[in-house]
Design a protein. Structure first.
Length: 281
């Protein structure tokens, strides 16, 4: 073979080798893209996960407490939680699950300020406060959320009934899912939820002693209203067995200033925080 022919043959082999290497790299890259695409497609086909609430578990506790957004309403308004204390005894207190019953919000905000100033009740416990469960309903002055669902009938209680007002499925509403996940993550020893306008202290589950203790510090009587289908009381008290008290304020209490509300009901809330211990009269 002539020398120039040998050189041509060697160059041809080199070009073929380079092209083969490039082809292999392109093929591998295409396979990798295909695998990534399949994974992303499968992930996109999964049912949407329930919102995870991580603030209470992952954020380090602060001596004077902290406020964290734990979820969003139907209309994307923030649902905030105030966390106070670092102890193992957990009390969950919430207000305005019905947007047209706003007096509890001013009351629990005052409670938060009071406990931040006087931390004696925080030595053994942690208090988790949700000032407004239903921010859309509060803006609309409506019992229901923005989709017309009664959040206090949307829980996965044993007695729930699916319909338009209660929600076609349990926990269909983002606001109810926030509370569900708070209960799941915090594992409260007792719960207090504030409503209007029945002017009494109702309870569900093993909470009679707690209700009676709170009644000693305000002028509302203990009265068993009964577990409503899919209510928070039914879910927490009857299904989960967590003591839960519904503090039913008076109809016109939303016309009172925060200080006036505190004068009427503040010590009852402090009694719930301290339970089974006592507070000074």
């Amino acid at each position: 073979m002539r020398p120039d022919a040998m050189i041509y043959s060697e160059n041809t082999q080199k070009k073929y080798f380079v092209r083969s290497q490039r082809a292999r790299l392109v093929l591998r890259f295409c396979v990798l893209l295909s695998v990534v695409g399949i994974v992303l497609c499968l992930a996109g086909c999964r049912a949407p996960a329930e919102p995870r609430i991580t603030g209470i578990e992952t954020r380090p506790p602060m001596p004077a407490g902290y406020r964290v957004v734990v979820g969003r309403s139907v209309e994307n308004r923030p649902i905030e939680t105030v966390v106070l204390g670092t102890g193992s005894d957990v009390v969950l207190i919430m207000a305005t699950i019905h947007g047209s019953e706003p007096a509890g919000t001013a009351l629990v905000e005052y409670l938060s300020d009071h406990l931040s100033r006087d931390g004696s009740l925080l030595e053994r416990g942690r208090i988790v406060i949700v000032p407004v469960v239903n921010p859309d309903g509060m803006v609309l002055n409506s019992r229901f959320n923005a989709r017309g669902v009664d959040l206090n009938r949307n829980f996965s209680a044993d007695n729930r009934q699916n319909n338009r007002r209660n929600g076609m499925t349990a926990l269909s509403e983002p606001e109810a899912r926030v509370i569900f996940q708070l209960i799941s993550r915090c594992r409260p020893d007792r719960i207090v939820t504030i409503h209007q306008p029945l002017s009494c202290i109702d309870y569900d589950g093993p909470a009679k002693a707690l209700a009676e203790r709170m009644a000693r510090y305000c002028d509302l009587p203990v009265r068993k209203v009964g577990a409503r289908p899919g209510s928070l009381g039914s879910f927490a008290g009857e299904t989960l067995g967590i003591p839960i008290v519904t503090l039913e304020l008076r109809k016109n209490d939303d016309e009172l200033a925060a200080q006036q509300l505190w004068d009427r009901y503040g010590r009852a809330l402090l009694a719930a925080v301290a339970f089974p211990g006592n507070i000074e009269r």
